[in-house]
Design a protein around this ligand. Structure first.
Ligand code: FAD
Length: 438
């Protein structure tokens, strides 16, 4: 019996899984088994050019919990998630040949490394069917071609709103899946459990003031907690207050905290949107609920930017004509460890290293400080965020770093956040600094 292969990437969920639905239909039409895989590449365990491991401990734990949750849900449907360790270009073709698969289904990710992975599978002779499913709005529904996308976010948003574009309704989770193939023993690169695959260690109890306590059940990685959290946040008064509270440096409900689950795909943006709409129907719409849509459109905007500019977004100059950035490794190291001497920045960087999360406002403050005050290379900062953030998302991270460093799409080039003013505005009593500098 032949097999259809579905490769989970940053879409680690069962609800709103159009790519998985395609794979299931293919398997059913051709009377094939269905093999579900996830691949962890060794490059994630190696040091980056900036001198630290590419995937840090917080991300490992959050991702391992996400995979474990998905495994459990699949087992309840008589399926299993096969965890593979090795380069995608090697383990997937080997796995396909082992189980008699010639077609791989997966989500489409518009970023250079992810596109190269797909190309490598095609080069290895596999048919790869990718499907875009990570944004609110589908790229081909946009009222402009990706290459003609407006450079300024406000224009992007206004054109979407003027066209009355709405996300596709999210799909429910499947209640049945085709069975896995029988020949599963000795699969190349197979690793039994997610914690071993990711070398994820149990974390100590979370810091009592952590913004996002992923070590506790309500913030744990995975679709189950994601959906429970979504329900929990979409309860009055939290969404209504969002616009007023979103810039706070600390607090469990000051912002939605959807990003870690969105980044791993444990929840889909469309599912969030559908539940947000239901909330508005029941409790009324207001500035807060609108602003959540507004921020999710920012996320879409950074995704679409990749369709427009591709690898240019990773170049030292970014989209600008500015000279190549300077870099000072000792200052960069002081920034990473929260030892710059600037209290608000050090507090934010220590929070990030201790918990794998920090608020949007702190991200802006510390990123600006690295680029504009320490004159370091924005790409080093982006790499450190990639290593540390439990919500690392390649498009959001790259887009925001470019934006802050004046090498992206910000119409006000070179947005420097004055640390003294930021401290006065956002931590006037010093509570946040006290927690993280103690
Ligand atoms: P909320 O304020 O509740 O917003 C709701 C959702 O909207 C978020 O979950 C997120 O999906 C989206 N969103 C909000 N702001 C932005 C934004 N500026 N850009 C893109 N999407 C946004 N976000 C990531 O998800 N992954 C990253 O790797 C990442 N790196 C960043 C790097 C820098 C330098 C900066 C300044 C921002 C970065 N962000 C990143 C964006 C933003 O900080 C986080 O999305 C937000 O803090 C997550 O918290 P929340 O879910 O409570 O957001």
């Amino acid at each position: 019996m032949r097999t259809t292969l579905f490769w989970f990437r940053n879409d680690l969920r069962l609800h709103d899984q159009r790519a998985l639905k395609q794979a299931v239909e293919h398997a059913q039409t051709h009377g094939q088994a269905l093999l579900l895989v996830y691949v962890h590449e060794p490059v994630q365990d190696a040091p980056t050019a900036w001198g630290f491991r590419r995937m840090g401990t917080h991300r490992r734990r959050f991702l391992a919990d996400t995979l474990a949750d998905l495994q459990k849900s699949l087992e309840a449907l008589g399926q299993r998630l096969v965890l593979l360790h090795g380069p995608v270009a090697e383990v997937l073709p080997a796995c396909a040949s082992h189980v008699g698969a010639d077609t791989v289904f997966c989500e489409d990710i518009a970023a250079p490394e992810e596109e190269a992975q797909v190309q490598a599978l095609i080069n290895a002779g596999l048919t790869v069917k990718t499907l875009w499913q990570s944004s609110l709005i589908e790229p081909d529904a946009l009222p402009f071609a990706a290459e003609d996308m407006p450079q300024v976010f406000t224009v992007f948003r206004q054109r979407i709103e003027a066209a009355g574009l709405q996300p596709l309704p999210p799909l429910p989770a499947p209640v049945q899946l085709p069975a896995p193939p029988e020949a599963l023993t000795n699969l190349p690169g197979w690793t039994a459990d997610a914690a071993t695959l990711l070398q994820a260690h149990t974390q100590d109890a979370a810091h009592e003031r952590a913004n996002f306590t992923y070590t506790q059940a309500h913030c744990r990685g995975g679709e189950s907690s994601a959906l429970a959290h979504l329900q929990n946040y979409l309860t009055p008064p939290w969404p209504d207050r969002y616009k007023q509270t979103r810039n706070a440096l600390q607090g469990r409900h000051t912002s939605s905290h959807w990003s870690p689950w969105l980044a791993t795909g444990a929840v889909s943006a469309r599912r969030i949107w559908a539940q947000l709409q239901a909330y508005e129907q029941q409790h009324g719409s207001n500035d807060g609920t609108y602003w959540l849509w507004f921020e999710l459109l920012w996320r879409d905007n950074f995704r679409m930017l990749h369709l427009q500019h591709g690898p240019q977004l990773y170049a030292a100059r970014g989209l600008s004509n500015l000279p190549k950035p300077s870099h000072f490794p000792k200052d960069f190291a002081r920034w990473c460890s929260g030892q710059t001497g600037e209290p608000i920045v050090d507090a934010g960087m220590r929070e990030l290293a201790a918990t794998g999360f920090t608020s949007n406002r702190m991200r802006q403050i510390v990123a600006s400080f690295l680029v504009h005050d320490l004159s370091c290379d924005w790409r080093a900062g982006a790499a450190w965020f990639e290593s540390q953030l439990v919500d690392f998302d390649v498009q959001s991270n790259q887009g925001n770093w470019l934006y802050v460093s004046g090498r992206g799409t910000d119409p006000r080039v070179g947005r420097r956040f004055n640390p003294a003013k930021q401290t006065q505005d956002h931590d006037p009593q010093g509570r946040y600094r006290q927690v993280w500098l103690a």
